[in-house]
Design a protein around this ligand. Structure first.
Ligand SMILES: *[C@@H]1O[C@H](CO)[C@@H](O)[C@H](O)[C@H]1NC(C)=O
Length: 351
């Protein structure tokens, strides 16, 4: 269940100006510039200036009304999902240390690339179907009765457009021997694929009392939390790779360890769904240029305190929390609640 996530979102919304200060550069992904002044109602060209974009990206942004806002939404979506998925890990995806992390080849770097590209793909496809972009609209791929669906006022999420646009926007080129560039592109594509695999066909019947005389179908993206959860599982099983020259093809490619039941002289290629990395991660226990360390982090005693606190032990503190209780619906139309208090024990990692 994602009930905890709803709270996270609400809290994060209040602090987003603090969270997103523009230091969180994503090398090939856009990031947010200085906060402030970026509200709706400003011209979209102006909004493009507020994002940190490459020259080519800025050109594309200016040409596409609606894109700047969609990019901003996507960056937030990716960051919040990352923080949610890593809330009980030593590395909690805070923005502190992110620029250094993105230059390395850790598993965490892989996740950041994948979740960012997934968020961009997802937000762009949604923006198309919601009519927030000028140059794209509902999914019009053949096979489904999309045109008919439009008639009924349903609009499929346009993943085809968003994927194509994103590849152009990120400017993926074939890069000869550069291992890191290959790894980044691979992980970016894992993110795009995760969104694609979550695409579901939804159908609706029309006609007298459910007779289904007319059935319309359209494609719908799964909620972004599902994609985030999938990518987190991929992070847990990420594959360490190195560069190898495939003599048969004559160029270098990524190779991982042999998989179970897989033999032969050639090392196994990572699957298109595997997140890949090239360097072992630091422990993230102590403050470093990659994170603030885990001192002061809350943990759960039965769960992750030992690993989160890196063996330093934890403090136990009890505190009173208030919550709404004994709620009753009053005629008409509001809910009246009492405030109850409860003692709660909080564990947090020692220095
Ligand atoms: C991540 O952990 C640090 C402490 O190590 C804390 O200051 C920060 O607020 C946490 N960030 C999130 C998003 O939970």
């Amino acid at each position: 269940s994602f009930s905890g996530h709803g709270e996270l979102c609400a809290r994060s919304r209040e602090t987003k100006q603090f969270l997103l200060t523009g230091k969180e550069a994503l090398t090939q992904f856009p990031s947010l510039g200085a906060p402030g002044g970026s509200g709706p109602g400003q011209g979209h060209v102006k909004q493009c200036e507020l994002l940190q974009l490459s020259r080519k990206q800025r050109r594309l942004c200016r040409r596409e009304p609606g894109l700047a806002e969609t990019l901003r939404d996507a960056i937030r979506l990716g960051i919040l999902e990352c923080q949610f998925q890593f809330r009980s890990e030593r590395w909690n995806c805070s923005l502190e240390g992110r620029p250094s992390l993105l230059k390395r080849g850790f598993k965490e770097t892989a996740f950041l690339y994948a979740v960012s590209s997934a968020a961009l793909t997802h937000s762009l496809a949604r923006a198309c179907s919601a009519g927030r972009m000028e140059r794209c609209t509902c999914d019009d791929s053949p096979g489904l009765e999309n045109r008919k669906a439009w008639q009924w006022g349903v609009c499929g999420d346009n993943l085809k457009y968003s994927t194509k646009f994103l590849k152009k926007f990120l400017g993926q080129k074939r890069i000869g021997k550069d291992l890191r560039a290959k790894v980044d592109i691979h992980n970016t594509n894992v993110g795009i694929k995760a969104v694609k695999n979550g695409l579901k066909t939804t159908c609706k019947c029309h006609g007298v009392s459910g007779s289904c005389a007319v059935r319309t179908c359209w494609k719908q993206l799964s909620p972004f939390h599902e994609i985030g959860r999938l990518l987190k599982l991929r992070y847990d099983d990420a594959v360490k790779v190195f560069s190898t020259t495939n003599d048969a093809v004559g160029h270098s490619e990524l190779a991982g360890p042999h998989r179970h039941g897989h033999s032969g002289k050639q090392p196994a290629l990572p699957r298109p769904t595997d997140l890949v990395y090239v360097e072992d991660s630091p422990s993230f226990c102590r403050p470093s240029k990659y994170s603030l360390g885990t001192a002061g982090r809350t943990c759960s005693r039965e769960g992750n305190c030992d690993s989160m606190c890196c063996g330093r032990g934890y403090n136990t503190q009890s505190r009173l929390v208030t919550f709404s209780c004994h709620c009753q619906v009053q005629w008409c139309c509001y809910v009246e609640c009492q405030q109850c208090m409860q003692e709660e024990v909080v564990y947090s990692c020692k220095q």
